[in-house]
Write a protein that binds this ligand. Structure first.
Ligand code: HEC
Ligand code: HEC
Ligand code: HEC
Ligand code: HEC
Length: 448
C-alpha cells in the first residue's frame, strides 16, 4: 500500500515538474552585481535553435554593367536600376529565400513573366519595397545587419510566425461579461491570463504601451492620466510576446528595480522601442495595403491579412539568425530606400470626444486648427479622417457615433478653409484594448 502510494506520489511529482525546464540552465550576468541583471538560457533550447538559424550561402556577385532591367523588361517597377544580370541574380535569390520548392512560377505566369496576374508577384513587389524600407529607414533597429526575405521567410512562402486580429468576443446579447480578451489559453502570451491579442492595439494601432500614468491626476492638457488596468494588462501581454519572441527574460530590456524608468534600462530597450515603431510601419504601410490582393483563404477570420510581430524576424533569437552574418551585404540593392510607397507620416492630429457626444470641445477645436494650419501650409497634402469606437455596448450605435464624430471633424476642417476634396472620410473602426478615452477619438492622418 505505502509503496504504491510512494510510486503514485513520485509520478505526480514528475508530472508537475514536467512543466518546468530540466536543469542545468546557464545564466549570464550582464549588469552590476546584485541588480538582478541576469539572462537565463537553457543550453538545450539554444542547441535546438542553431540549425533553424543558418544563413544560406550568398550567390556569386555579378558586375553591375550593361543595360538596366527597366530597358530590357516590360514591367519592372521597383528594381529597374539594376543591371539585367543583377536583376536575374536577385530573382534567383528570392526564389531560394521564399519559394525554393515551388520555383519561379510561384510568382510568375511562365507564359509571360511581365504579367501581374499571379497575386504572389504583386505581394512580392510590395515585399521588395518593405525590405528596402526596413534596411534604409530603420537602421535604428536593424543597424547595418539589416534584413532580407530570408529573415522572415526562411525558405517558406508564408513566414512561420505571423498574426491575425482576434475576432471580438461574442457577448451573447450582453448576457455574459466582457473578458477583455483574457482567460483563453493562448500561446501568444505564454498561456497567462492576459489579453491574447496585444498585437492589434500596439503593433498595428499606436496606443500607448503603459502601466504608469504620466501625471498624477486627470488634467485639461495632453498629459492627462489615461492609464487603465485594461491598458496595463495589454501592456504585459505584449511584453510576454516580446520576451518569448526574442527568447529572453524581462531583464534583457528592463532593470526590474524600476521597469518603466528609461535611465536605468539597458540599451536593448531603446532598440526594442524603435522595433515597435518599425513593426507598425511594416504592417500599416506595406502589408495591409495589399490585403485585397490575397485570396480569401489566406486572410484571417476578420478578413485581415497575416501581419508581422517580433517573432516574424527574431523567431526566438535575441538577434534574428543569432547575428550569424548578414545576407544584405551580398544584396546592396535591398538596402536602398524604396522609390515608391513612401511611408505614411505620423498623424497630423488626434481629436478626443466626451462619452456619447460628437460635438467638439475647446481642446478638440485646437487640435483641428493645428491640422488645418499644416494643410494650408502644404497644399499637396491630403488627409484621411477615421473615427474609432470601443467595443462596449451596441456595436452599430458605436460605429454610427464614430462616423458622426468623423463628420464633425471634417466639417470643422472645411470651416477652417480646407477644401473637401482633400479630406477622405474612412470607414469607422473598433479599437481593441484601448482606454475609453483613446477609443472615443478621430485621427487626422496624411493620406498616401
Ligand atoms: C517571390 C516572387 C518571385 C519569384 C519566386 C520570382 N520572381 Fe521574377 N519577379 C517578381 C517580381 C515582384 C517582379 C517585378 C519586379 C519589379 O517590379 O521591380 C519580377 C519580375 C521578373 C522579370 C521581369 C519581367 C518583365 O518583363 O517585366 C523576370 C524576367 C523575372 N522576374 C524572372 C524570374 C525568374 C527567372 C525567376 C526564377 C529564378 C523569378 N523571376 C522568380 C517576383 C518573383
Ligand atoms: C518582415 C518580414 C518579411 C520580410 C522581410 C519579407 N516578407 Fe514576405 N511576407 C511576410 C508576411 C507577414 C506575409 C503574409 C503572409 C501570407 O502570405 O499570408 C508575407 C507574404 C509574402 C508572399 C505571399 C505568399 C503567399 O503565398 O501568400 C510573398 C510572395 C512574399 N511574402 C515574398 C517576399 C519577398 C520576395 C521578400 C523579400 C524581398 C519578402 N517577402 C520579405 C513577411 C515578410
Ligand atoms: C525586448 C525588450 C523588452 C523585453 C524583453 C521586455 N520589455 Fe517591457 N518594455 C520594453 C519597451 C521598449 C517598453 C516601452 C514601450 C513604448 O513605450 O513604446 C516597455 C514597457 C514596459 C512596461 C510599461 C512601463 C510604463 O512606463 O508604464 C512594463 C510594465 C513592462 N515593459 C514590463 C515588462 C515585463 C514584465 C517583461 C517580461 C515579461 C518585459 N517588459 C519584457 C521593452 C521590453
Ligand atoms: C524586420 C525584422 C525584425 C523585426 C520585425 C523585429 N526585429 Fe529586432 N532586430 C532585427 C535585426 C536585424 C536586429 C539585429 C541588429 C544588429 O545587428 O544590431 C534586431 C535586434 C534587436 C534587438 C537588439 C538585440 C541586441 O542584443 O542588441 C532587440 C532588443 C530587438 N531586436 C527587439 C525587437 C522587438 C521587441 C521586436 C518587436 C516589437 C523586434 N525586435 C522586431 C530585426 C527585426
Amino acid at each position: 500500500m505505502t509503496t504504491s502510494l510512494k510510486i503514485l506520489g513520485a509520478a505526480a511529482a514528475l508530472a508537475v515538474l514536467a512543466g518546468c525546464e530540466r536543469p542545468p540552465v546557464d545564466s549570464v550576468q550582464f549588469g552590476y552585481r546584485g541588480t538582478g541583471m541576469v539572462q537565463v538560457y537553457n543550453p538545450r533550447t539554444v542547441a535546438q535553435q542553431q540549425p533553424l538559424n543558418v544563413v544560406p550561402e550568398a550567390l556569386p556577385t555579378v558586375p553591375d554593367e550593361g543595360p538596366r532591367a527597366r530597358e530590357i523588361y516590360q514591367n519592372v517597377q521597383v528594381l529597374g536600376d539594376l543591371s539585367a544580370a543583377n536583376f536575374i541574380r536577385l530573382m534567383t535569390a528570392i526564389t531560394q529565400w521564399v519559394s525554393p520548392e515551388q520555383g519561379c512560377n510561384y510568382c510568375h505566369n511562365p507564359a509571360n513573366l511581365a504579367d501581374d496576374s499571379v497575386y504572389t508577384k504583386v505581394v512580392a513587389r510590395k515585399m521588395l519595397q518593405l525590405t528596402q524600407n526596413v534596411n534604409a529607414n530603420w537602421k535604428s533597429h536593424v543597424a547595418d545587419t539589416g534584413v532580407t526575405c530570408w529573415t522572415c521567410h526562411r525558405g517558406k512562402p508564408v513566414p512561420e510566425y505571423v498574426w491575425f486580429t482576434a475576432p471580438p468576443q461574442d457577448l451573447k446579447s450582453n448576457f455574459i461579461g466582457d473578458k477583455a480578451g483574457q482567460n483563453t489559453p493562448a500561446k501568444t502570451v505564454g498561456y497567462a491570463s492576459l489579453p491574447f491579442d496585444p498585437f492589434t492595439p500596439y503593433l498595428r494601432d499606436a496606443l500607448p504601451i503603459r502601466v504608469n500614468g504620466r501625471a498624477p491626476l486627470p488634467g485639461p492638457e495632453g498629459a492627462n492620466n489615461r492609464s487603465s488596468i485594461q491598458q496595463a494588462e495589454h501592456t504585459y501581454a505584449l511584453m510576454m510576446h516580446m520576451s518569448s519572441g526574442l527568447g529572453v527574460n524581462c531583464t534583457y530590456c528592463h532593470n526590474t528595480r524600476s521597469i518603466s524608468e528609461w535611465t536605468s534600462s539597458p540599451p536593448t530597450r531603446v532598440t526594442a522601442w524603435y522595433g515597435i515603431r518599425m513593426v507598425r510601419d511594416i504592417n500599416v504601410n506595406y502589408i495591409e495595403p495589399v490585403t485585397n490582393v490575397f485570396p480569401a483563404n489566406r486572410l484571417g477570420e476578420l478578413g485581415d491579412v497575416a501581419k508581422t510581430h517580433c517573432a516574424t524576424c527574431h523567431q526566438g533569437a535575441f538577434k534574428p539568425l543569432y547575428g550569424n552574418g548578414s545576407l544584405l551585404k551580398a544584396h546592396p540593392e535591398l538596402a536602398v530606400p524604396p522609390k515608391t510607397g513612401a511611408p505614411k507620416a505620423a498623424a497630423l492630429g488626434q481629436v478626443l470626444f466626451a462619452v456619447n457626444r460628437s460635438d467638439l470641445n475647446a481642446e478638440a477645436r485646437a487640435a483641428i486648427r493645428r491640422a488645418a494650419a499644416e494643410l494650408t501650409a502644404n497644399q499637396a497634402l491630403k488627409v484621411d479622417i477615421s473615427g474609432f469606437a470601443d467595443q462596449t455596448g451596441s456595436a452599430d450605435k458605436n460605429l454610427e457615433l464614430a462616423r458622426q464624430r468623423a463628420v464633425a471633424v471634417r466639417e470643422a476642417l472645411k470651416a477652417a478653409g480646407v477644401p473637401e476634396a482633400r479630406i477622405n472620410l474612412r470607414k469607422p473602426e473598433f479599437v481593441i484594448g484601448g482606454t475609453a478615452d483613446d477609443s472615443r477619438r478621430v485621427d487626422i492622418i496624411p493620406a498616401t
